[in-house]
Design a protein around this ligand. Structure first.
Ligand SMILES: [Zn+2]
Ligand SMILES: [Zn+2]
Length: 138
């Protein structure tokens, strides 16, 4: 396979060609789909974090192939671990998209509540409780 210098990008989720971030990842779990993923990209349109290897394509044929791999292989795994709000049940990418619509692009979108009964903290998003984030900032 030939390597090209100019990488071509297309989101396998929503077909956007723009990314917000590109970052290195280090998966500790060696048995899941993400074991060999070393880099991810956050799409600038759907806001999902997606493995770079299915975001980059060389030939047009690979676009469809990437979509299949994402939908059947990576995405189900991602949904299991993706950050989700305990109140509105939205995932981080749905929350980030709505926040960006109101010009909030901070990565700080969740806080954790502490349960005194010891069942662990719950995530609450910035949309459900914007006041909590104002207080934290000051
Ligand atoms: Zn996308
Ligand atoms: Zn929420």
């Amino acid at each position: 396979m030939q390597k090209e210098n100019q990488e071509k990008l297309q989101c396998p989720e929503c077909e956007s060609t723009n990314i917000r971030f590109r970052f290195k990842v280090n998966t500790k779990e060696k048995n899941n789909a993400y074991a060999n993923v070393t880099e991810e990209m956050q799409c600038a349109s759907c806001f999902m974090d997606i493995p770079a290897n299915v975001f980059i394509y060389n030939t047009d044929d690979e676009i469809e192939e990437n979509k299949k791999i994402w939908q059947s292989f990576y995405k189900p795994e991602h949904l299991k671990v993706a950050a989700q709000c305990s109140r509105c049940s939205q995932y981080y990418w749905q929350i980030e998209k709505q926040l960006s619509d109101i010009n909030i692009t901070s990565p700080d979108i969740f806080y954790q509540t502490y349960d005194t009964k010891g069942s662990g903290g719950k995530m609450v998003c910035r949309l459900c409780d914007p006041e909590a984030f104002k207080n934290n900032k000051q």
